[in-house]
Design a protein around this ligand. Structure first.
Ligand SMILES: [Zn+2]
Length: 467
C-alpha cells in the first residue's frame, strides 16, 4: 500500500525535475535562487550561547552593547525534534540529517531516514548538479554533523564505515574540499587512495595557506581540533579554513554547496564550560564574518546559519543574582579542558585556576579541585563548575535540550526562509535551492540526478520548487 503510493510520488517527482529548467529563465534564477550555498551549523548553539557571546564580544570602552555578526541576519527560529513520538530532544546525527536530507530521522541516524533507508543529501545533489562541495569542521570529519552530509549509516558510532563512505559511497569522491580533525579515523590506504586520485593532503596551517585549487583533504588533529582558546600556531582557525574553502570552491561557474560547522560549541556546552563555549562562539562568529564577506562580494550566494539543537540549557545569571560576569570570563585564559590538561601535566589544580583566571578560589573550590586529583573528567568538571559559579552562569544539563534554535540567513532566497520552521523544512528548502540554482545540468548530469532518486522513500524535495 505504502510502496504503491511512493512509486507514484517518485514518478511525479522525476517528471517535475525534467520540466523545471524549461520553466525557469536564466534571469529569474539569478534573482531568486542562489548558485552558491554556505550552510553554517553552530552545533549546540541556542539563544543562550548567542546572548552570552554578544555580552562577551562587547567593547567595554563604549557605552553601547555592540551587535555581532549574527544580529542583522536573524530571520527565524527552528524546532529540532527528531522523528518518533517520544523523543523530544534530538542528537547531532538526526539534527544534521534533517538539514542534509530534508527528513526527520531517529537519533544516531547518519543520512538515513526514519525507515533506515539512505536519503539523498543536499551535498550529494549539489555534486550531481555539477557544483563543487565542501565540508569544514573543528570536530573529526567523520563526526555526526559532517558525516550526515556525505554518508549513509544507521549509527553515528560506525566511524569506519563513515570514513569509507567519505569517498567511495558512490564510487567517486563526493567532497571536493574537506578541512577538520579526525586524521586517525582514516587509514593509510584510504589516504593513499585519495592521493592517487589527485587529492592534495594537508596537515598544517602553512600547507593549508599554500593550497591553490581543489580537490583537497586537510586534517589538522588526530581527533577534534583543540578548542579555540587552547590552540597554538599548529592549528588553523575555523575562519582560516572557511576562507580557504571559499577561495577554492569559488572557481566553479556552477557554484558550490559548503557546510561549515562550529563543532565544539556543543562539546564545551556538554562540559558546562562557559569559557570553552565563548571561545568556540568567537571562532564560529569569525568564520561567519568571512562567509558574510564572501556573500557580500558574490551576490549569488545564500548564507544560512543555524544550530542542530541547544546544549546545556545555558542561562546568563543564576541563584537569584541579577548579573552575569562577562568581564570576569574575559580574563580567563584557558578552557576547563585546557586547565585540566595542565594539571595532568603536573601543575597544581588550585595554582592553575589562580594563574589562568582572576577567580579567588574559596574553601569549597579548593576542596573540589583537590578531590579531583589527576582524573581528567573530574578536573574538567570541577574547573567548569567553579568558573560557572563565579561568573553566575547557569546550566541545567550536561546533555541537549529541546529548546528552539535561531535561524539566520542572507542573500538570494533568504527572504523565503523567514519565520518558525521544523528543522527538516529547512533541509527541503536547501535541496530546492541546489536543484534550481545555477545553470541547468548537462543531459548526463540530469540522468544521474534522476537515477539517484530511486532509493528515496521520503518527502519529495522538488515538487514545491518555485518555477
Ligand atoms: Zn552534543
Amino acid at each position: 500500500m505504502k510502496t504503491a503510493r511512493l512509486v507514484v510520488v517518485l514518478g511525479l517527482c522525476t517528471l517535475t525535475v525534467g520540466v523545471m529548467p524549461a520553466l525557469t529563465t536564466a534571469k529569474e534564477a539569478a534573482v531568486s535562487t542562489p548558485r552558491r550555498i554556505i550552510l553554517m551549523i553552530g552545533d549546540g548553539m541556542g539563544f543562550g550561547q548567542v546572548s552570552a557571546y554578544r555580552q562577551y564580544a562587547d567593547n567595554p570602552a563604549t557605552p553601547a552593547l555592540e551587535s555581532t555578526v549574527f544580529d542583522d541576519l536573524l530571520i527565524g527560529t527552528i524546532a529540532t525534534r527528531p522523528s518518533g513520538d517520544s523523543d523530544l530532544i534530538t542528537d547531532s546525527a538526526a539534527g544534521a540529517t534533517a538539514y542534509a536530507c530534508g527528513v526527520k530521522s531517529f537519533n544516531g541516524a547518519i543520512g538515513v531516514d526514519a525507515d533506515n533507508k539512505p536519503c539523498e543529501t543536499v551535498l550529494e545533489r549539489a555534486g550531481q548538479r555539477g557544483k563543487s562541495t565542501g565540508v569544514v569542521v573543528t570536530s573529526q570529519l567523520t563526526h555526526a554533523t559532517p558525516a550526515a552530509f556525505y554518508a549513509h549509516v544507521s549509527s553515528r558510532k560506525n566511524i569506519a564505515e563513515i570514513a569509507e563512505q567519505f569517498f567511495t559511497g558512490t564510487g567517486a569522491r563526493k567532497v571536493d574540499v574537506a578541512f577538520g580533525g579526525g586524521a586517525d579515523d582514516f587509514s593509510a590506504s584510504q589516504r593513499q587512495q585519495l592521493q592517487q586520485s589527485g587529492v592534495q593532503l594537508v596537515t598544517t596551517p602553512a600547507q593549508l595557506a599554500a593550497l591553490k585549487q581543489p580537490p583537497t583533504f586537510g586534517t589538522f588533529a588526530a581527533a577534534g581540533l583543540p578548542m579555540a582558546i587552547d590552540r597554538d600556531a599548529n592549528t588553523p582557525s575555523l575562519a582560516s579554513m572557511t576562507d580557504k574553502a571559499l577561495a577554492l570552491l569559488d572557481a566553479n561557474p556552477r557554484g558550490f554547496f559548503l557546510m561549515v560547522e562550529g563543532s565544539q560549541i556543543d562539546w564545551a556546552s556538554h562540559g558546562n564550560d562557559i569559557v570553552g563555549v565563548l571561545s568556540e562562539m568567537q571562532d564560529f562568529a569569525t568564520a561567519i564574518a568571512s562567509a558574510r564577506r564572501y556573500a557580500d562580494q558574490h551576490p549569488d550566494t545564500l548564507l544560512v546559519i543555524t544550530a542542530d539543537h541547544e546544549t546545556g540549557g545555558l542561562s546568563l545569571g543564576r541563584d537569584k543574582q541579577w548579573q552575569w560576569r562577562a568581564t570576569l570570563l574575559h580574563q580567563i585564559r584557558a578552557s576547563a579542558a585546557g586547565m585540566a590538561a595542565r594539571v595532568l601535566a603536573g601543575e597544581d589544580a588550585v595554582a592553575t585556576l589562580q594563574a589562568l583566571s582572576p577567580i579567588i578560589a574559596d574553601d569549597a573550590d579548593r576542596a573540589r579541585l583537590n578531590a579531583s586529583e589527576r582524573d581528567a573528567d573530574r578536573l574538567e568538571e570541577a574547573f567548569a563548575d567553579i568558573i560557572a559559579k563565579h561568573s553566575l552562569t547557569g546550566w541545567t544539563t550536561r546533555g541537549h535540550t529541546g529548546a528552539d534554535v535561531p535561524l539566520y540567513a542572507f542573500g538570494p532566497g533568504s527572504a523565503s526562509l523567514r519565520g518558525h520552521h521544523d528543522n527538516h523544512w529547512l533541509g527541503q528548502r536547501l535541496m530546492e535551492f541546489v536543484q534550481a540554482g545555477g545553470p541547468a545540468p548537462s543531459a548526463a548530469n540530469r540522468s544521474m540526478t534522476d537515477r539517484s532518486k530511486t532509493g528515496r522513500s521520503q518527502t519529495d524535495h522538488s515538487t514545491t520548487a518555485k518555477p
